[in-house]
Design a protein around this ligand. Structure first.
Ligand SMILES: O=C(O)CCC(=O)C(=O)O
Length: 266
């Protein structure tokens, strides 16, 4: 299974419309060389441009949905299209990731559960999702997560309990905590004996320098590929059978003694 992580720069000097067109064309460029394409979190606004969340919020089936659905179909790939600030018809905003099938239909939408910012920013502007999302591909089962989620191992264990073998992280992770990004991506892979594909963004948005360094880790915790700091398409070949083989050869998941209740918010 071939995957491309498109680490785009989210900078203020580019309009949302032109970035949307640029991203669509980057996705189309993956035709024939990728089965799965992954984009960063909130690439229309930037993950830290809090004042743009409401201004650029879209209904689920808004302009980014349309552009990404078409790009997935044009390229014939599974597309994790990163996330958008989604305006629910009832009013609240969510940080919502979209996954499209190769025919352009929506395979899943995941509303980010763990919002970043403590008592400000996303944590107060967005509402939390409450559903774990997996997507079955012919080759593997994806577990869908977003950025700050990476710090919460129980979410990933919950996804694994629902069959996930390839854990996707779409992020806008800051450079100043890059060491945590790499460490946590490897930890989630090792403890869950799963692939981790973590796609971050580049550039500087709302004064926050992005870490880039998108990373792909195999079920044994080895780094298969890692991007630099700038814009880059990180291409990698995965062997989906390696998840089952690792779980069989070193069956630590079977030795779990404590049942973890996956937290659910009201
Ligand atoms: O956990 C972190 O250090 C960064 C999280 C973050 O930037 C986000 O979720 O948007």
């Amino acid at each position: 299974m071939r995957a491309s992580l498109i680490q785009i720069a989210v900078n203020e000097d580019e309009s949302v419309n032109s970035r949307r067109e640029r991203v669509s064309s980057l996705v189309r460029d993956q035709a024939g060389s990728a089965d799965l394409v992954v984009l960063p979190e909130l690439w229309t606004t930037g993950a830290f441009a809090y004042e743009l969340f409401a201004a650029e919020a879209e209904p689920l089936e808004g302009p980014t949905f349309d552009a990404m659905s078409k790009a997935a179909a044009d390229a014939g790939v599974w597309l994790h299209a990163g996330s958008i600030p989604e305006r629910d018809p009832d009013g609240p905003l969510y940080n919502t990731a979209l996954v499209f099938a190769p025919d352009g239909t929506l395979a899943a939408a995941y509303r980010k559960i763990h919002r970043f910012g403590f008592d400000k920013g996303e944590a107060v502007l967005m509402s939390p999702g409450d559903e774990l999302v997996t997507v079955r591909l012919p080759e593997t089962v994806l577990g869908v997560t977003t950025c700050y989620d990476l710090r919460f191992p129980e979410l990933y264990r919950g996804l694994v309990d629902r069959g996930a073998e390839t854990l996707l992280v779409s992020a806008g992770w800051p450079e100043r905590r890059r060491a945590h990004w790499t460490l946590l991506a490897r930890a989630r892979a090792v403890e869950n004996q799963a692939y981790v594909l973590a796609c971050g963004s580049a550039g500087t948005h709302a004064g926050v320098e992005q870490a880039g360094h998108s990373i792909v880790v195999d079920p044994w915790g080895e780094i298969l590929a890692e991007a630099g700091a700038g814009e880059e398409v990180l291409r990698v070949e995965l062997d989906p059978a390696k998840v089952g083989a690792t779980r069989e050869q070193f069956p630590a998941l079977k030795d779990r003694l404590l049942g973890l209740d996956t937290p659910r918010r009201p």
